[in-house]
Design a binder for this molecule. Structure first.
Ligand code: NOJ
Length: 394
């Protein structure tokens, strides 16, 4: 068995728009419903977790996990610029209280891709007021955090957000490595992150950071420099920018091989997941090593890792492989605070809709009945033992 350090946190992650349902006041909803959209289906009621969050957290806790990462929806807290919904704030505070009551450590993400419609209509990340608005939203969120939320993520996957802004086509959200990021948007996201952290620094025990999609860019022979250049503006820059933060989030799924003409398609015959990504559990080890190196030793938190599959036994294989790699990186001195699986629930996978199932728990699309999969029990067992078995096929 491979043992993890005492106090290592084990859990799962979700995001508001992907599970709550009826987030019709954010920028993604009109995109889902736009005529001719490339988004395969709208989010609709999603998992109805806006109402069923206690059940979700109870399933997580009963399995043996101890940490839940969820996001708060800006469009519910500030539905119009300057109008603050007390009820929206109370709702998310209730989620924090529920987690604490159940003995779960909450990690709160302030912005997980979606923003209020008014913010999008006023130029989104291209508005000169973007950082002021995001800093103000952080202030509005303080009552949600109270004095008992320690882990706060300001912005989820700023690197993917800058790429979406570069291509504007939401379908690109599922195609790692494409398109070119909008570098001005990247600068603005970093400013938003810094301003948000300033606000959070006034709050007792908060430890804040942002979470980066580490994409394991690997060169074909002779393409080493090309891969470094390609990866820097999509990946490394965001890790370097996290120097000095309290922690950095690693979100790892697959790798991308860079040839002379850019990213390569996954070759025929290589196993892929329901998102079309290569089955590559080692992505996690490479992601945490890279984060540790590029940040100059900022503590890492694995804030997402998992695979979309209909074969739950394969999800267990993948996760075991990923955790073996994580353990190897930690044995070499990389400091890691915890591991959160993506995702707790089968949920709305953005442009790909509900088909790619990442969940440890299945959700009936009509009744919202939750059915834990064997992988939930398996990961809960790992958490209880604070150890994972060695990979039979390293
Ligand atoms: C990254 C994103 O943060 C999350 O929203 C998405 O569902 C997963 N990875 C899987 O693509």
């Amino acid at each position: 068995m491979l043992h993890f350090p005492d106090g290592f946190l084990w859990g799962a992650a979700t995001a508001a728009h992907q599970i709550e349902g009826n987030n019709f006041n954010n920028d993604w909803w009109p995109r889902e419903h736009a005529p001719g959209t490339t988004i395969v289906e709208p989010s609709g009621d999603a998992c109805d977790s806006y109402h069923r969050f206690r059940e979700d957290m109870t399933l997580l806790r009963d399995a043996g996990l101890d940490t839940y990462r969820f996001s708060i929806e800006w469009s519910r807290i500030e539905p119009e610029e300057g109008f603050v919904s007390r009820a929206g704030i109370d709702h998310y505070r209730r989620m924090v209280d529920t987690a604490l009551e159940l003995g779960i450590t909450p990690m709160v993400t302030l912005m997980h891709f979606t923003v209020p419609r008014w913010f999008a209509d006023r130029g989104m990340w291209r508005s000169p007021d973007a950082a002021d608005r995001f800093a103000r939203f952080t202030e509005l969120a303080l009552p949600v955090l109270g004095d008992d939320v320690k882990w706060v993520c300001t912005i989820n996957e700023p690197n993917i957000a800058a790429m979406i802004a570069g291509g504007e086509d939401p379908a690109n959200l599922v195609a790692y490595g494409l398109p070119d990021p909008d570098l001005k948007v990247a600068d603005t996201l970093l400013e938003c992150h810094r301003r948000s952290r300033e606000v959070l620094s006034g709050v007792g025990g908060v430890r804040s950071g942002w979470t980066v999609a580490t994409q394991a860019f690997q060169p074909e022979p002779g393409c080493e420099q090309a891969a470094r250049d390609y990866g820097h503006q999509r990946d490394d820059w965001y890790l370097e920018a996290a120097r000095g933060d309290d922690w950095v989030g690693v979100q790892a799924y697959t790798r991308t091989v860079i040839g002379p003409d850019g990213p390569r398609q996954v070759p025929e015959g290589v196993e892929t997941t329901l998102t079309g990504w290569e089955y590559y559990p080692k992505a996690l080890e490479e992601g945490v090593r890279s984060a540790w190196e590029k940040t100059g030793g900022v503590p890492v938190f694995v804030t997402e890792n998992g695979m979309a599959t209909a074969d739950d036994a394969r999800r267990i294989d993948y996760t075991r492989g990923a955790l073996n790699g994580l353990h190897a990186a930690m044995a070499d001195g990389v400091e890691v605070a915890g591991y959160l699986h993506w995702s707790l629930l089968d949920n709305y996978e953005w442009a790909s809709g509900f088909r790619p199932t990442f969940g440890l728990i299945a959700v009936d699309r009509e009744t919202f009945v939750r059915t834990p999969k064997p992988s939930l029990g398996w990961l809960g067992g790992v958490a209880r033992a604070n150890a994972v078995e060695e990979d039979p096929q390293p």
